[in-house]
Design a protein around this ligand. Structure first.
Ligand code: F6R
Length: 276
């Protein structure tokens, strides 16, 4: 029988496990609302980094509900999205501009001047300048108060594919084939998925004061375990979040299935690990 060293199985990033994406998203939405209200009371704007894809959809639905039913205002919110395909027209159905407008922005009172996404149509020779400027805009807004993340099955955060360094900044990157396959559903066929994207870097993300990564479903379970339990490595970019002192993974029970605390009864993580 293989002997499992339980001391090696502790989680290096706090993980909150919820029964389903709805309850996990409601928790994250409450965190965001509390942050917005707290900063507003101090006369300040809240700067939030946003993700797209399937994971944050339930979060955005809950924020829209809070706006409509509980008066949560986005007037004092400034947002910066993590990434955008390249090339990509901002009005294309698959663009993250379109995604954000349809899933969040159009249904809230956010000022269109206050939301930012990388420009997927910037000419190649202007990309570098555009990326530097994106970093500058985040800094001028006061830096990110909170960054919302999803995670790719290959461990990417934003479009920081495996190999992305801890010091990486906003830049143009080639997408992994696994990412293009995972996102083919947005396009109808993989051949139509762009080969490149502009993404905030790992360093840009780590500079956020607080980070919440959301992941739902069994397909994410193996990479969640690697990111939180194993040593941090550029091969699993999400594991680099172990270097942040206020990062939480919010996941559902199926996404947690590979964690030692659930797999090995009586493991240390099972006893002391945080649970929602
Ligand atoms: C998207 C992004 C990506 C996704 C990740 C997970 O803005 O930054 O890192 O969060 O690919 O995608 P879903 O949520 O579709 O599984």
């Amino acid at each position: 029988m293989t002997k499992i060293d339980l001391t090696d199985s502790l989680e290096k990033i706090p993980v909150k496990i919820f029964p389903d994406p709805q309850s996990g998203s409601a928790f994250v939405a409450r965190e965001i609302a509390a942050l917005i209200r707290q900063k507003e009371a101090a006369g300040k704007k809240t700067v939030i980094g946003l993700a797209t894809g399937s994971s944050p959809k339930t979060l955005y639905a809950e924020l829209v509900r809070m706006h409509k039913e509980e008066g949560l205002s986005f007037k004092n919110v400034i947002t910066f999205n993590l990434d955008q395909y390249y090339p990509m027209d901002k009005d294309a159905l698959q663009s993250y501009h379109y995604f954000m407008r349809k899933n969040l922005f159009e249904h809230t009172d956010i000022d269109p001047a206050n939301y930012h996404l990388p420009d997927g149509m910037i000419p190649k020779d202007k990309v570098k300048e555009h990326c530097l400027n994106y970093e500058k805009q985040i800094e001028e807004a006061g830096g990110l108060d909170l960054q919302i993340l999803g995670i790719g099955v290959n461990g990417h955060i934003g479009f920081n594919e495996p190999g992305s360094g801890i010091h990486s900044k906003t830049r143009l990157i080639s997408l992994d084939n696994s990412t293009r396959i995972a996102n083919a559903y947005e396009f109808g066929h993989m051949s139509q998925v762009p080969r490149m994207a502009i993404t905030m870097g790992i360093n840009t993300i780590l500079k956020s004061k607080k980070i919440i990564l959301m992941a739902w479903g069994q397909t994410k379970a193996p990479v969640i375990k690697k990111a939180v339990e194993e040593d941090d490595t550029e091969d699993i970019p999400a594991s680099l979040l172990q270097n942040h002192d206020d990062c939480t993974f919010v996941i559902d029970e199926t996404g947690a299935a590979e964690l030692t605390r659930l797999k090995v009864p009586g493991s240390p993580a099972n006893v002391i690990g945080p649970r929602a």
